[in-house]
Design a protein around this ligand. Structure first.
Ligand code: UD1
Length: 314
């Protein structure tokens, strides 16, 4: 059975993925509240939503505030996080405070408020470097970074909240999400945003390692659809799903495609591989297809072209 979302809370709703989710929820007629501390989120990401979103500036670890914004909410989309793998290697405690403690705060507040379901943003990083590909939800966890441990822990907490308290949860293991609004401004940003930014500025990118590592890049709109289904489908409750496309590209090839799009020919600079970096990552998405009706609709090429066009307009 499919349930309707009446009042959604999106943590990290001014961020890259969160703000696209807000737009989609508003379009569907849901009431939407956002809590975001604007560390990496931006108010301009909520421009389209405008006055239709109830925005609250604050941290998910502010317990009193979290309780307030949870009032009357039936579905929580927990997108707030420190999303960078290398940043978690450099600052494990800071990232754990948000990704681990913050997630527990969100689950606990949702339990106390009597929310129907919490959809958590998890990560393909939980699989680590298991040589078996594609990654399946049935495979064992093998975290290689604090970030991966934190996302794994969030999933364990979600499972516990279902068992102990009957709070419905669904975890989405995002593969590499890209699209408009991904902020390229930090060395810890997503690789596509950095490469598009470099190409636009006519500057060479840095490739960490030999560039032959692979990623499964999924367009943000498809990730948003997966979130909505994870909140509305009965078949999603209590489960974790890979959200990717099942296709991969090497980082070397990614730069070639970006350079072609931008009409430039610049050789990348190569630096040592990052600690905690995964070599190969590709999703099996059968479970998401079956239980969420998930089907990625935007091809990588189409998504890249749309994202490039967006960066050019900025
Ligand atoms: C990304 C997400 C993470 C998510 C995970 C799921 C970001 C910042 N990270 O991690 O939240 O949970 O996917 O799979 O969105 N690289 C370069 N040059 C650069 C930047 C990166 O060569 O300038 C390389 C990295 O070493 C890595 C690959 O590109 O091998 C992807 O890096 P990145 O975009 O940071 O993503 P992940 O670490 O895969």
């Amino acid at each position: 059975m499919t349930k309707i979302i009446q009042h959604a809370l999106v943590t990290g709703g001014a961020g890259f993925i969160g703000s696209h989710l807000v737009d989609a929820l508003i379009e569907q007629g849901a009431r939407v509240t956002v809590i975001d501390n604007l560390t990496t989120g931006k108010m301009e990401n909520l421009q389209d939503a405008g006055a239709r979103v109830h925005f609250v500036e604050g941290d998910i670890r502010n317990r009193g505030l979290l309780q307030q914004v949870m009032d009357g909410v039936d579905v929580v989309f927990h997108q707030a996080a420190v999303v960078s793998v290398p940043l978690s290697v450099a600052h494990p405690l800071d990232s754990a405070a948000v990704n681990e403690t913050g997630t527990l705060e969100v689950l606990e507040a949702a339990r106390q408020a009597g929310c129907r379901r919490v959809v958590l943003a998890s990560s393909s990083a939980v699989y680590g470097d298991d040589p078996e590909l594609p990654k399946r939800e049935t495979m064992a966890f093998g975290p290689l970074s604090p970030y991966a441990v934190q996302k794994m822990t969030g999933e364990y907490y979600a499972g516990l909240y279902t068992k102990l308290y009957g709070l419905e949860t669904a975890c989405l293991r995002y593969f590499n999400v890209f699209g408009p609004r991904q902020d390229p401004s930090s060395p810890y940003s997503g690789v596509i945003s950095i490469f598009l930014d470099r190409a636009g500025a006519g500057r060479s990118p840095v490739i960490y390692g030999d560039g032959e590592q692979t990623r499964d890049f999924v367009y943000v709109r498809d990730v948003v659809s997966a979130n909505v289904c994870a909140a509305t489908e009965d078949t999603a409750a209590g489960k974790a799903f890979n959200i990717g496309t099942g296709k991969t590209i090497t980082i070397n090839r990614l730069w070639q495609q970006v350079a072609e799009l931008a009409g430039i020919a610049l050789a990348p600079d190569y630096e040592a591989a990052r600690h905690g970096d995964i070599l190969h990552s590709v999703a099996a998405i059968d479970a998401a297809r079956r239980d969420l009706g998930f089907s990625p609709e935007i091809s990588f090429e189409e998504g890249l072209a749309r994202t490039y066009a967006w960066y050019q307009r900025q």
